[in-house]
Design a protein around this ligand. Structure first.
Ligand SMILES: Nc1ncnc2c1ncn2[C@@H]1O[C@H](COP(=O)(O)OP(=O)(O)O)[C@@H](O)[C@H]1O
Ligand SMILES: [Mg+2]
Length: 600
């Protein structure tokens, strides 16, 4: 198991300064008072539950509140001490205080609690006064839990394992370390669960390094602007909704509209681009995850990909921690190896639902749509961890593609609006477009990328500049065209052009295009050359032309790839090539005996 147990401490060990500051005053023994006073901390979480440790030899007084605590240690407060010693000189007072310090160390610092309630993957543990939020707890039976609810008399914790072995009265120890997962290169190519344990049947993973699953996001000074494109290989996205490395771009839409497909295609497209990919499946069917792993394997993408799988059958807490665990794995590559990472959270709706069920069991007050009040924080602290680090920190990046599933296109529900406001843009997928055959079914009108434009290559900017406006105009005219047939020539031309743009942007799944191919395709689409080609044959023409370019004018493609620009010479060359090729292509019997179709 790759859990970090290193923080587990001996009960007899003295308190850490941290724990001491959490409950100041706790554990001071008053000379002559006859009994030890514990739990005198001013904060609620430091209070002890009455009845704790009853079976022990040395009975401890459970103080029920700050008042009692103060009463109990009345003589121990420095002011009283000084007042009581009035007239006897400062030396005497100082020596009493130092005497008190000595007793403080001698106090037995208990870090063990006991389970008072267990069920639905959640346990309540009483008696852990200094337990911190997110801390790992170890139960007597070996199961690990994570403290997520600090209450006055108990700690609510989620069980990261089989809850049947945990029962009431069982001891639970603090470990003083946050829940961590194994990280590093050994995970690449593997399918792991939310705790980093292999689930692909290819043997255990032994990682020599761990990272806490919850980690502070880098601050503004540690970041830099988006400056490198994260090519998804999907023409409609790379041209109109460009994503940069370090960006957070939401993929949102109803079920079965191609959300997962976009994310998987983006991963497939990272081949040879030096980007490590992490696909986090949250609450999905095990069979879907297996087929995704197969698809990635087929395209050679598992060589640089980790799949973190928490299936619908896993306990809610595993689904809850899966994205944080995936993010911790990504951070290792970004911070330590200074690499670029692409992480997909599929999907955060199910994540919020898992968190909601945990919260309701923990009796947190439900709010809108029965979610607890901190659902926004749940996702913001996850997505804030995506960043483009400054050069001083190595310049690594985490690009996040969270996915949200809407119900009946309800974009304005609680969780979707939350995540829309956290991310740097969204790709909105529409069922109507999907069923009408426009795939990927991106609604360009309401899809945006707020920062990625800064990273777009010059060549792409040049050929895609007017694409959005042309499409918008086409959509508008399309509505009018439905009512009347006697349209003027200019309108008819515009409609025909728009139709061809829409057709050219259709792209099969699992067939991402390289930047240079996209530039050629979009250059062809933006001109008037395509007008003579029947719309139905357009995709065939496009793929044939891309193949023609790769075979006959590879230097143009090389120039675009290397410089990221479409120079005037190359543009001229491309223009001629299109004209010549179109003439050839329209001749009857073109392409007999050769491969006419290149994947688009
Ligand atoms: N561009 C595309 N071309 C062809 N089929 C697609 C395309 N995008 C998605 N599909 C198909 O649509 C189905 C649903 O896609 P999926 O990505 O699983 O949807 P979601 O994740 O939104 O539920 C899948 O069978 C997938 O193969
Ligand atoms: Mg999906």
């Amino acid at each position: 198991m790759s859990l970090n147990m290193s923080g587990k401490t001996d009960k007899a060990k003295p308190m850490t300064p941290d724990a001491e500051t959490l409950a100041p005053g706790a554990g001071s023994k008053v000379p002559g008072a006859g009994s030890k006073v514990l739990g005198a901390g001013p904060d609620n979480k430091g209070l002890f539950a009455a009845g704790f440790d009853q079976g022990k030899e040395d009975p401890l007084i459970a103080s029920a509140g700050p008042d009692r605590a103060v009463a109990g240690i009345a003589g121990a407060r420095p002011d009283r001490a000084v007042a009581g010693m009035a007239g006897t000189g400062p030396d005497r007072a100082a020596s009493v205080i130092s005497e008190m310090e000595r007793y403080k160390i001698a106090v037995d610092e208990e870090e063990t609690g006991f389970v008072t309630q267990v069920g639905d993957g959640v346990a309540r543990v009483a008696g852990l006064r200094n337990c911190e939020s997110g801390e790992m707890l170890e139960f007597e039976c070996g199961i690990i839990g994570m403290a997520i609810n600090l209450e006055e008399n108990s700690v609510g914790c989620v069980l990261l394992g089989d809850e049947t072995s945990v029962h009431e009265g069982m001891r639970a120890n603090r470990t003083r370390s946050a829940v961590s997962v194994g990280v590093g290169d050994c995970l690449v190519g593997r399918v792991v669960d939310a705790l980093g344990r292999a689930v692909d049947g290819r043997g255990d993973i032994v990682s020599d390094k761990t990272r806490p699953i919850e980690f502070m996001a880098p601050g503004v000074n540690d970041r830099q602007g988006i400056n490198t494109p994260m090519q998804t290989g999907i023409v409609a996205i790379d041209s109109m909704i460009p994503i940069g490395r370090g960006q957070r771009e939401l993929i949102i839409g109803d079920r079965q509209t191609g959300k997962t497909t976009i994310a998987i295609d983006a991963i497939i497209n990272q081949k040879g681009k030096g980007v490590t990919c992490i696909y986090v499946a949250i609450g999905q069917k095990a069979s879907s995850i297996a087929s995704i792993a197969q698809t990635l394997e087929k395209h050679g993408a598992m060589e640089y990909t980790i799949i973190v799988a928490s299936t619908a059958g896993d306990p809610a807490c595993m689904q809850y921690i899966a994205p944080y665990a995936g993010c911790a794995m990504a951070e290792e590559f970004m911070y330590s190896q200074k690499k670029d990472v692409l992480i997909v959270y599929d999907d955060l709706t199910k994540h919020a639902v898992a968190y909601r069920s945990i919260s309701l069991i923990l009796k947190r007050p439900p709010g809108r749509e029965a979610y607890p009040g901190d659902v926004f924080y749940l996702h913001s602290r996850l997505l804030e961890r995506a960043a483009r680090l400054s050069d001083e920190l190595g310049g690594g990046s985490i690009t996040a593609l969270p996915i949200i599933e809407t119900q009946g296109g309800d974009f304005s529900a609680y969780v979707p609006t939350n995540v829309v406001s956290i991310t740097d843009g969204q790709i909105y997928l529409q069922p109507e477009l999907f069923f009408s055959g426009q795939r990927p079914a991106i609604n360009v009108g309401i899809s945006v990328s707020r920062v990625g434009g800064a990273a777009q290559t010059k060549a792409m900017k040049k050929v895609s500049g007017s694409l959005r406006i042309n499409l918008a105009q086409y959509r508008e005219l399309e509505v009018f065209a439905q009512f009347g047939s006697d349209l003027d020539v200019a309108t008819q031309n515009r409609l025909a052009h728009g139709e061809r743009i829409v057709e050219s942007l259709k792209q099969m799944n699992q067939s991402p295009l390289e930047l240079e191919d996209q530039v050629i395709l979009l250059y062809t689409v933006s001109g008037k050359e395509l007008m003579g080609i029947p719309t139905k044959q357009l995709r065939q023409f496009n793929s044939a032309f891309m193949l023609h370019m790769a075979e006959n004018l590879p230097q143009v493609l090389d120039n675009i790839r290397v410089t990221g620009q479409l120079s005037p010479d190359d543009e001229e060359c491309l223009k001629h090539a299109i004209e010549e090729f179109k003439e050839e292509w329209l001749k009857p019997g073109w392409g007999k005996g050769r491969q006419r179709v290149r994947a688009t």
